[in-house]
Design a protein around this ligand. Sequence first.
Ligand code: PMP
Length: 429
Amino acid sequence: MSDLETLGAAELKTRLASLKEKFDAFKHQNLSLNMARGKPCPEQLDLSMDMLGLLKTKDDLKDSNGNDIRNYGGLDGIPDAKTFFAEMLEVSPKEILIGGNSSLNIMHDTLSMAMFHGVYGSPAPWSKLPSVKFICPSPGYDRHFAICEQLNIGMVVVDMLDDGPDMDQVEKLAGSDPSIKGIWCVPKYSNPDGITYSDEVVDRLAGMETAAADFRIFWDNAYIVHHLTDRPDLLKNIMKACSAAGHPDRVFMYSSTSKVTFPGAGVAMMASSENNLNFFKKQLSVQTIGPDKFNQLRHVRFLKDRDTLKAHMRKHAAILKPKFDTVLKILESELGDKKEVSWHKPNGGYFISLNTPDGCAKEVVAMAAEAGVTLTPAGATFPYGNDPRDRNIRIAPSFPSLSELTTAIKILCLCIEIVIMKKSLSREL
Ligand code: PMP
């Protein structure tokens, strides 16, 4: 029984009135605090400013093969970038394609191409089939779901557990329904839960029987190097696991430097089997003359090697960790006694995922907005914006300053308390 259930209506009303007074006081401050999206803060962006001055002379503009990068050529990226990012993703340079400035863009291209032409080995373009569906572990990343929605790909929700998607559900769906062509995964420091998939989950994804022969795992490894502590979560290599399980073409892996250097001006990449990449490149060659090679070269010159990258990411962590700690500390002190409220404590990534009691998230987010705190819309972490339990709220602590964050989270906690209390009261009356 929660503490509120022991209180009578009169006591609840008194408490609610005093919480509302606090809320009104915040409201009168005319605040404008935004925790809606995982944007790096200005101090993080400053960490990469030196990159911009690295390409100055003609001689700086040659890749490791001696090619002049000022000219056309290099559809799938410069060799320097392939070597560097292949090491980051733990794949071979033959299994990687370096793209433009956004991994989401490559994911969208992969799926659009699949609809038009299928993927390597497809018996038919996916759009020619009566229906195409994707498994969407949820809560998940809203922009993945938006791509499916736009391309008319049906979405089937499966639960996220503490070590990844509920694999019993995934195996059942993928194994029985040939219209299920893929699954979205953010396997490391997932958006929004901050969960890293266990080895068992990776092995089951790699080895499972699928009713569709051309089933694909969309492995969005956006947060692969984004640790918050010196003891990073470990993620098993899915490409190797798939090859070992006899499904070498099952994975499309994505990542980018959006949150390593500059979002919107980073370098994005896709790793996959050579068969998949060759199939993809054939269509890419019709679509584009090639990516921005200047940006690729400046990134490799700036990030240099594994140790330099690690040191750079430690600087990001030094800025981000106090923000995550602040959120977690306030949640604990303000909501720690509420059994129906829970949250994850991630070791990396960009988000803290908070679950209110069922049926409260929308009201909480709307109320926080009234006090000037913008959160990701409730429901956005589920396909079609529909959180069936209306309980998940995604907190993005990276952008606000520590003091703004403190105020914003206090307001969020206050809104949660008020909404819970209002619901208790309505049950009492
Ligand atoms: N994937 C995930 C899981 C993300 O959280 C984000 C950024 N919020 C992206 C992809 C976007 O990546 P990019 O900037 O490379 O398009």
